[in-house]
Design a protein around this ligand. Sequence first.
Ligand code: ADP
Length: 191
Amino acid sequence: MGSIIVITGTPGVGKTTLARALAERLGIRYINVAELARANGLLLNYDEARGAYVVDIRGVRKVLRDIASREEVVVDTHIVEVAPPEFVRLAIVLRLDPRLLAERLRGRGYPLSKVRENVESEVLDLCLQDAVAHLGFDKVFELDATGKPPHVVLEEALKIIERGEGAKPGSVSWAAKLGEELAELLLSLGG
Ligand code: ADP
């Protein structure tokens, strides 16, 4: 029986970069949930307001269950609910300073409303909360990628996977770290 390593977090934090490198290093398959959904006809309607496709979560979970029953995989997704919990070995929630995240998403050409939505999600720990609710505290780790080049993020992720050494949920608080700068950041995004 296989198992799943989940790499999750707000869009733009660096999931794809880490998940691809991890899969290569561990010699296992990389799965991007958006691509998997598209390939299996599991993208539902286009949500105009959010500028993204809605994914058939139960459908993707079923496909992942089939795959994970056969092989080990790294799953790259910002929607942790697509992962069948019984197959998940652990989840790493990548975190990024919201100021850096805003810069990155603006650089990607996202509309300001979408930048703000994602920055707010990061500040409110939404992906982290979802991961803990869906998988349980024990399987979830946080990895703060702020100021770390990809190879350092990869090494920290390997420590979590191979030795269970890493930060647990609750270790990152952007509100506490940024203080008053947080309000300024949100204002600059039209919040
Ligand atoms: P996600 O999959 O979470 O949306 P990506 O892996 O696509 O994030 O990364 C978003 C952008 O940030 C890309 O341009 C990527 O090259 C860059 N990036 C990813 N990880 C790092 C890092 N550790 N340091 C600097 N830039 C990074």
